[in-house]
Design a protein around this ligand. Structure first.
Ligand code: TXA
Ligand code: MG
Length: 347
């Protein structure tokens, strides 16, 4: 199959909408990451997403809507009160809410669960596409399963060339990490995956919020994942990645880097801009100034490590709160939770 890449424009949006209505898969930008979209009401169309992604069939997809009016047919009963308040506060935006699904949502979308995740993206061209399609769009991130999520059309093409007919190029994604996944069937609502709408922001609107235990540590053997996606190895670069955290991190990273290079590895540091100069002539990928910048850079940086043949990487850490919680969740999973704590003296 030939994969076309077209810039977002009235004509390409119309073409993409028609393709989705016809049961095809189209990649499109959102404010979080690129999505691989198909008609959410067609099990057959949705199966094509799983094939293109190489995704296990037991991992459910998020349904994207362009307006609140598209939600009631997708869910069972009324929207929970908390969900109404959160939609009011954060939609359109990077928040996915898990609710009980209606029979209209095919089991391919929910992967057999009785719930469905719904979000309204804030990127205007994403909502325009949903409107052109005239149906809600089911879309996982547009990477091949196990690869970092794509934040540019070039990333999507790297993974999907020949597998889908069209990539709509909407530029680079503003947030850079996938949406916050929040289970609003639970009380208090539970964050299953942290993202751009932070736990702190959610708590401010609904009073209390729970954080799933899997966010900053691997699942214990035999432990069941509340969000099926959490059990899969994700965001994994080919390089072995270690997170080094604490005041002495730069000194410790220099030592570890030099040891790795002496052992024949090709090493790289993922560094906040403030420390970049500390590493001298070593290979460094700058991650911006703070957690928000790091969120935006992280997936591109992980892809670059692979492209540059890096075999051993060391990353600085940010504080695990606010958007930093999402950064440390994704970084932690990319590192298979290999985290090293170092005090002042670098030991
Ligand atoms: O920002 C995003 O959410 C992007 C863009 C394209 O919108 N989409 C995305 O989709 O990240 P995906 O499929 O890569 O991740 C969806 C996550 C998975 O971890 C999945 O297990 C979880 O949400 N999820 C989806 N539906 C669920 C449900 N009914 N119950 C629990 N977890 C669910
Ligand atoms: Mg994904």
């Amino acid at each position: 199959m030939m994969t076309k890449v077209e810039r977002v424009a009235a004509r390409s949006l119309k073409e993409a909408g028609e393709m989705i209505r016809a049961g095809e898969v189209v990649a499109f930008a959102t404010e979080t990451v690129y999505g691989l979209g198909a008609n959410a009401l067609s099990g057959e169309a949705v199966r094509k997403i799983f094939r293109a992604k190489g995704r296990p069939g037991d991992n459910p997809l998020i349904v994207h809507v362009a307006s609140l009016g598209q939600v009631p047919p997708l869910i069972k009963g009324d929207m929970p009160d908390a969900a109404k308040k959160l939609a009011e506060a954060f939609w359109p935006g990077p928040l996915t809410m898990i609710m009980d699904k209606s029979p209209l949502v095919p089991s391919e979308v929910s992967a057999g669960l009785s719930t469905v995740g719904i979000r309204m993206p804030s990127l205007e061209s994403a909502r325009a596409l949903i409107e052109e399609a005239g149906v809600p769009i089911a879309a996982p991130s547009a990477n091949r399963s196990g690869r970092p999520s794509p934040t540019t059309a070039v990333h999507v093409l790297e993974d999907m060339d020949g597998l889908i007919p069209l990539i709509l190029d909407g530029g680079s994604c503003e947030v850079g990490l996938e949406s916050t996944v929040l289970d609003v069937t639970a009380f208090p609502p539970r964050v299953l995956r942290p993202g751009g709408v932070t736990a702190e922001m959610i708590a401010e609107v609904v009073g209390a919020v729970a954080l799933d235990a899997s966010i900053l540590k691997p699942l214990a053997q035999g432990e069941e994942a509340r969000s099926p996606g959490m059990k899969y190895r994700h965001y994994a670069p080919k390089a072995r990645l270690t997170i080094v955290r604490g005041k002495g991190a730069p000194e410790a990273i220099k030592r570890l880097y030099d040891e790795a290079e002496r052992a024949g590895e090709r090493a790289c540091v993922l560094s906040l801009d403030g420390h970049k100069s500390v590493y001298g002539a070593r290979r460094v990928r700058g991650m911006g100034e703070d957690a928000r910048a790091m969120a935006k850079e992280l997936f591109a940086a992980l892809r670059e490590l692979d492209g540059e043949g890096v075999t051993r990487a060391f990353s600085e850490a940010v504080e695990a709160r606010g958007v930093g919680l999402a950064v440390m969740n994704r970084l932690g999973r990319a590192a298979a939770f290999d985290v090293m704590d170092v005090s002042e003296d670098g030991e």
